[in-house]
Design a protein around this ligand. Structure first.
Ligand code: GTP
Ligand code: NA
Ligand code: MG
Length: 477
């Protein structure tokens, strides 16, 4: 193969699927982390990137190396994995994640099958012709007796009826070793799911029965809890990356980077999380990104990467780098990021005349993006930790018929209270700040109390909405 001499970058892998299918838990199992345990309400509400090094991949695929046809040249230098939320309101984050990726893992709960956000994810992937692998994940048998459920919890045995867990073998072998009744149960679930995919006009097959990977999407049974099947899943990702996808993931110097999140970090102020897919970035580079009021031109002051296998959105341990090559999830510290917006590309101006060129590019993109955030004259003031979660919250408010008149990202300051107070003259009820996952400055709270602006704060989007809904109900009564 001619291309084997080329340098491959890490493929970008996006994890998609219906709420609670086990997306984050699968990543926790791969990374040996506990991100899911610490999520408010067990819900992913942001997009997260993790750099998984090749050592981890190598270790985790030990039991199924035969699946990797070019094992001798294990050449993918790692994976850049992007977790996305499954709740309905976060479509913009799923869309952002899937638009970045080379390959997706579509997680389906084996007991629940294809669900609304599975279908939405399929549509996003098919539209962009992004290949994907299906993880048939979990879960306990519904309608278990009390005794059975206790047994399941205690032994951490998962999934199907009387499943005997083993994460040291390929899942194909582990399935063969189950007793007949368990295999029957598994087959029944699989058949149902194959039919459900067929209804979406997709051919799917268990990876070891797949007659033609160009025509059938492969399914890998997994248990994120016990790690069963995880080796097979990762091996399949590597095999696909190093064969079908190798052209696509050949490293090039041409910069391809997207701003994923805008986030306030103690000590650094507003920072941006970036998926650097191709090319390289260096400290001192002049960068251009989209801002709420137009293009932002600034200079990279620090380039940070989270520790291997730590998620960018949850970690606070970073390593400083002078130059970083794609594909990596990175954090950029720079001045003037107050109005930065996530979801659009990041450009570097290596020559002065490139500044105007990219400004123009960004202006065109911004026009399209900003049209989607429509502020009302009368409405609540909405504040969130990241633009991604802000978009989700706005989506939820829209669905709940709660109008919004102002938005901001980051902690609630006195000036936010001032902005929200404009509503006092229009509709007292709307003189309210909904603060998602952000701090409220003491001074801001005091000022709000004094002038009669109400502030609700929560780190779970649905709770925050409910707080306002019951407040509105009480006020009206
Ligand atoms: P959202 O990000 O909120 O859409 O959910 P998710 O798809 O990331 O699912 P998450 O990882 O939060 O898992 C949801 C619940 O399912 C958690 O309680 C997990 O512990 C549980 N879970 C995930 N994978 C498995 C599995 O393989 N077996 C069992 N029994 N439970 C699982
Ligand atoms: Na969840
Ligand atoms: Mg999740």
């Amino acid at each position: 193969n001619q291309r084997s001499t080329e340098v491959l970058r890490a493929p970008v892998i996006c994890v998609l699927g219906h709420v609670d299918a086990g997306k984050t838990t699968i990543l926790d199992n791969l990374r040996q982390t506990h991100v899911q345990d610490n999520e408010a309400g067990g819900i992913t509400q942001q997009i997260g990137a993790t750099n998984v090094p090749s050592e981890t991949i190598y270790r985790r695929t030990e039991m199924c190396r035969e699946m990797i046809s070019r094992e001798g040249d294990f050449i993918v230098p790692g994976l850049l994995i992007i977790d996305t939320p499954g709740h309905e309101i976060f479509k913009s984050l799923r869309s952002r994640g899937s638009s970045l990726c080379d390959l997706a893992i579509l997680v389906v709960d084996i007991m629940h099958g294809v669900a609304p956000q599975t279908i939405e994810s399929i549509q996003l992937l098919v539209e962009r012709q992004t290949p994907f692998i299906i993880a048939l994940n979990k879960q306990y048998l519904e309608g278990m007796t009390f005794y059975e459920s206790i047994y399941c919890l205690n032994s951490k045995v998962d999934l199907l009826y009387d499943w005997k867990s083993n994460n040291k073998k390929s899942i194909e072998l582990v399935l063969q070793e189950q007793q007949q009744i368990t295999q029957n149960h598994f087959e029944k679930c699989c058949k149902t799911i194959i039919c459900q995919f067929a209804e979406q006009n997709l051919n799917v097959a268990l990876y070891y029965e797949n007659p033609d990977p160009n025509e059938y999407y492969s399914m890998v049974p997994t248990s994120a809890r016990s790690g069963d099947g995880m080796g097979s899943l990762i091996a399949l990702i590597i095999e696909k990356s190093q064969t079908t996808l190798s052209r696509r993931i050949s490293y090039t110097h041409e910069l391809q980077a997207t701003v994923m999140e805008v986030k306030v970090i103690d000590g650094f102020g507003i920072t941006i999380d970036v998926a650097l897919v191709n090319g390289y970035l260096s400290v001192g580079d002049k960068i251009l990104i989209a801002g709420q009021e137009g293009p932002i031109v600034t200079q990279i002051r620090r380039l940070l990467i989270p520790e291997s296998n730590q998620e960018l959105r949850t970690t606070n341990q970073y390593q400083n780098e002078d130059t970083i090559k794609g594909a990596r999830g990175i954090k950029i510290v720079a001045r003037g990021l107050e109005k930065a917006m996530a979801g659009l590309p990041l450009f570097v101006a290596r020559q002065t005349d490139e500044i105007d060129f990219y400004k123009n590019e960004i202006n065109i993109m911004l026009k399209t993006a900003l049209n989607s955030i429509q502020l009302e004259d009368k409405g609540v003031y909405v504040q969130a930790s990241t633009l991604g979660s802000l978009e989700g919250l706005l989506q939820l408010l829209k669905a709940s018929k709660i109008p919004y008149s102002g938005i901001n990202i980051g902690p609630v300051h006195r000036r936010d209270v001032m902005r929200a107070s404009i509503q006092l003259e229009k509709d007292v009820l709307m003189a309210t700040i909904l603060a998602f996952d952000v701090q409220i400055e003491k001074e801001a709270q005091e000022y709000a109390n004094k002038i009669g602006v109400k502030i609700f704060q929560n780190d779970e989007i649905y709770r925050l909405r409910d707080m306002f809904v019951s407040y509105r109900k009480n006020k009206k009564e």
